[in-house]
Design a protein around this ligand. Structure first.
Ligand code: A3P
Length: 296
């Protein structure tokens, strides 16, 4: 697949793969990545598959760990990383070999995913995060992972993010597509959570997700899962595994960075924030999505 270097206003570039104008990260590229991605909609699903769908940097690792523990009914650290079940980066053979129940995850639009999910009505856990914190988290992600070959400045990043010159396109389009999917498929088994709701009351959200997944468990188990998936614990216990899946510039994996709501306030200038708000108003006109930019 063609590699593209997307420039910002100052000329700094971010390296992605260009799939007919839809951008994907380069660093997981399988030998026949293009073939794999194009065949993905035809892959077979299983009735008990659970799919975690998120725009990047929305807390996918956190939720994958939680959902994996819930479906396995074991409050025990998952000894692998979510990328082993990330649909756009694994080969069909690896996908077929994953043991059931599978907790799959992806950042691609629903139309690129196995369409068998829809036929079988496989459960979807969909999570959102406020786009200003997503932008900050994505900037750090892009800056730290070697394969993006990116050393752009934050002052140019907000317009890059808004334009969608990043892997997986814009947050706006991703979010609007899911809003439409849910409006058009009201009987589809999908649960929506947000990073902010998770931070506000993790146990409440873990309990809600467990109920949605019909996990037979007690309160003590839900508390244990919640505690095991706390940011500090995951950072300590999963970082070493993260080193195996991406090259980090300083040799230190940055997947577990800050883990807060509202860090955007330390990054966005007033002008950037106002610019972002005006773009948001325009792009999300008519949408019922209401991001929470702070917990207070
Ligand atoms: P920050 O960069 O703001 O710290 P994803 O998994 O979708 O790539 O999202 C990564 C973001 O989720 C990062 O945000 C990361 O620190 C945060 N995160 C990862 N695990 C978390 C946890 N257990 N609790 C809270 N935040 C977590």
């Amino acid at each position: 697949m063609p590699i593209k270097k997307l420039p910002d206003n100052s000329g700094a570039t971010l390296t992605v793969v260009d799939l007919d104008g839809y951008y994907l990260p380069t660093f997981y590229e399988l030998e026949d990545h293009e073939e794999q991605i194009r065949s993905l909609p035809k892959w077979k699903a299983r009735d008990d598959d659970v799919i975690l769908c998120t725009y990047p940097k929305s807390g996918t690792h956190w939720l994958w760990e939680i959902v994996s523990m819930l479906v396995q009914n074991k409050a025990k650290r998952i000894q692998t990383v979510k990328q082993t079940a990330m649909l756009e980066v694994i080969a069909e053979e690896s996908y077929d070999n994953l043991p059931s129940p599978r907790v799959l995850n992806s950042h691609v639009y629903f139309e690129y995913l196995p369409q068998d999910f829809a036929k079988r009505k496989c459960k979807i856990v969909y999570a959102m995060r406020n786009p200003k914190d997503v932008a900050v988290s994505f900037y750090n992600h892009h800056s730290k992972i070697i394969e993006y070959d990116f050393s752009g400045k934050w002052e140019d990043y907000v317009s890059r993010f808004v334009k969608g010159d990043v892997d997986y396109g814009t947050w706006f389009e991703y979010t609007l597509k899911w809003e439409k999917f849910m409006a058009d498929n009201q009987d589809y088994p999908i649960i929506v959570t947000t990073y902010e709701d998770m931070k506000e009351d993790s146990l409440r959200e873990v309990t809600r997700i467990a109920k949605f997944l019909e996990v037979d468990c007690d309160q003590a188990f839900l508390q244990e899962v919640t505690d095991l998936c706390h940011f500090d614990k995951m950072k300590k216990e999963k970082n070493a595994l993260e080193e195996q899946v991406a090259g980090w510039k300083d040799g230190k994996p940055g997947m577990y960075r800050k883990g807060d709501v509202g860090d955007w306030k330390n990054w966005f200038t007033v002008a950037q924030s106002e610019y972002f708000d005006s773009v948001y108003m325009e792009k999300m006109k008519g949408s019922k999505v209401q991001p929470r930019y702070t917990l207070r």
